[in-house]
Design a protein around this ligand. Structure first.
Ligand code: TRP
Length: 339
C-alpha cells in the first residue's frame, strides 16, 4: 500500500515549550512511527522573515529547533527533517501558486488581519502571501495530512483551494491536504499564571521551556498561581489548579496524582487538606527529572556541529527528492518543460 504523505512546519521563533512538546511534538513522533505515513517535517525559516526578525539570531534558532525536535523523539532516519530554505523547489511552486492567489481573499485571512494590527508599518507582500508559501510547503510533497492546531485550519482551506484551482487549470497533479490529529485528545497546557496558553516568546516566567534547567523549572513552578483551596469538598477545580494537575498527570506517577486529587477532594474552607506548596514541590521535581534527558540531548546535538550538519543535509536530500518529483509533474502540466 502506498503511504500517505504528511507535512508540517515549525516556526523557528522562540523556544520550544511544554505545550509544543505535549501538543505538536508527540503527534509528530506518533506519526513517524505509524507505518501508514511518510513524514516531512521542516523549520519554516522563510516564513519567519515576514516579520523582519533580527537575522543574527535566526541561524542559531534554526539549529536549536532541529536539535530540540530530535531530542523530543524525531528520528532523521525515519522522517525527512529539513530546513525550508534548503528546498528551492518550494519557492518555485510558491511562484506558480501566486498566480492562482487573489489579493482580496488573502486580505480577508484572519491571521493576516492580526498581523496588520500588530505591525502596521510592515505590511509587506510576504506577509500577505504567507498562506501561499504555506500551501507550497504542503503541496510540494503532494501531502494529504497536515498535523497542525486549530489556528491553522484556515490556511489549510486556502491550500486546498489552490490545489483545486491548479488541477482545474493545468490538470490533476495535486491532492487536497487536510488538517490531522489523532482522536480529539490534544492536551492544552496553560500558562502558569493562569492567563492563556504557554507561549514561545511572551510571558517567559510562566512558560516551561525544554531548554530550562532544573533550578529555573523549580522557580517557575513554585511561583505558579494557586489560592487558599476549595470552599467545599469535591469542588470543580479553577482552571489554573486544573492546569497543575494536568502537568502532574503528564510527568508524575499515578500514585502521586491520586494522592493530591484525594487531598483536593477532601478539602473545604476551614479544613484545607491539600497543600499546594507541597504539590508544586513534587511537580517541580518530577518535571525537572522529565525534562533533563530532553534538554541534555538537545544541547549535545547543538554542540555537535558535524552531527547537526549531517542531519540537515540528510533532510534536505530527502525533501528535495520528493519536491523535485512533484515539480517535474507541475512543470509538465503547465507546459514549462522545454528540453
Ligand atoms: N503557519 C504554521 C504555524 O504558524 C507554520 C507552517 C508553515 C506550516 N508552513 C507550514 C505548518 C506547512 C504546516 C504545514 O505554525
Amino acid at each position: 500500500m502506498e503511504k500517505e504523505v504528511v507535512v508540517s512546519g515549525i516556526r523557528p521563533t522562540g523556544f520550544l515549550h511544554l505545550g509544543n512538546y505535549f501538543g505538536a511534538m508527540r503527534n509528530y513522533v506518533r506519526m513517524q512511527n505509524d507505518e501508514k505515513f511518510n513524514c516531512y517535517f521542516f523549520v519554516a525559516n522563510w516564513h519567519s522573515l515576514t516579520t523582519h526578525p533580527d537575522t543574527r539570531e535566526l541561524q542559531s534558532s534554526v539549529h536549536r529547533v532541529i536539535a530540540e525536535n530530535i531530542a523530543c523523539g524525531l528520528d532523521p532516519d525515519k522522517v525527512a527533517l529539513y530546513i525550508q530554505s534548503d528546498v528551492p523547489e518550494i519557492a518555485e511552486l510558491y511562484l506558480y501558486l501566486n498566480m492562482l492567489a487573489y489579493k482580496g481573499e488573502l486580505e480577508k485571512t484572519p491571521t493576516f488581519k492580526d498581523k496588520v494590527r500588530l505591525q502596521p508599518d510592515n505590511v509587506n507582500a510576504g506577509l500577505l502571501t504567507y498562506p501561499v508559501l504555506m500551501a507550497a510547503d504542503i503541496l510540494i510533497h503532494r501531502a494529504v495530512k497536515v498535523p497542525v492546531g486549530k489556528d491553522q485550519e484556515q490556511h489549510l482551506e486556502i491550500a486546498r483551494n489552490y490545489a483545486d484551482r491548479f488541477n482545474h487549470r493545468y490538470g490533476e497533479v495535486l491532492p487536497a491536504p487536510y488538517a490531522f490529529n489523532y482522536g480529539g485528545e490534544l492536551v492544552k497546557i496553560m500558562s502558569l499564571d493562569g492567563n492563556g496558553k504557554m507561549s514561545k516568546s511572551e510571558n517567559q516566567m510562566n512558560t516551561l521551556y525544554l531548554a530550562d534547567d532544573a533550578d529555573l523549572i523549580r522557580k517557575k513552578i513554585m511561583k505558579a498561581k494557586t489560592d487558599q483551596g476549595p470552599a467545599e469538598p469535591n469542588s470543580v477545580k479553577p482552571d489554573y489548579i486544573e492546569n497543575l494537575f494536568t502537568l502532574m498527570r503528564l510527568v508524575s506517577t499515578e500514585d502521586t496524582v491520586a494522592k493530591f486529587e484525594a487531598d483536593f477532594n477532601a478539602s473545604s474552607a476551614g479544613n484545607v487538606v491539600i497543600r499546594y506548596g507541597d504539590m508544586k514541590k513534587q511537580l517541580a521535581e518530577d518535571m525537572a527529572a522529565f525534562m533533563k534527558p530532553i534538554s541534555e540531548k538537545a544541547a549535545d546535538i547543538q554542540n555537535n556541529k558535524e552531527l547537526l550538519n549531517r542531519i540537515i543535509r540528510q533532510g534536505a536530500d530527502k525533501a528535495r527528492a520528493s519536491a523535485s518529483a512533484t515539480l517535474k509533474l507541475i512543470r509538465s502540466a503547465i507546459g514549462m518543460d522545454y528540453s
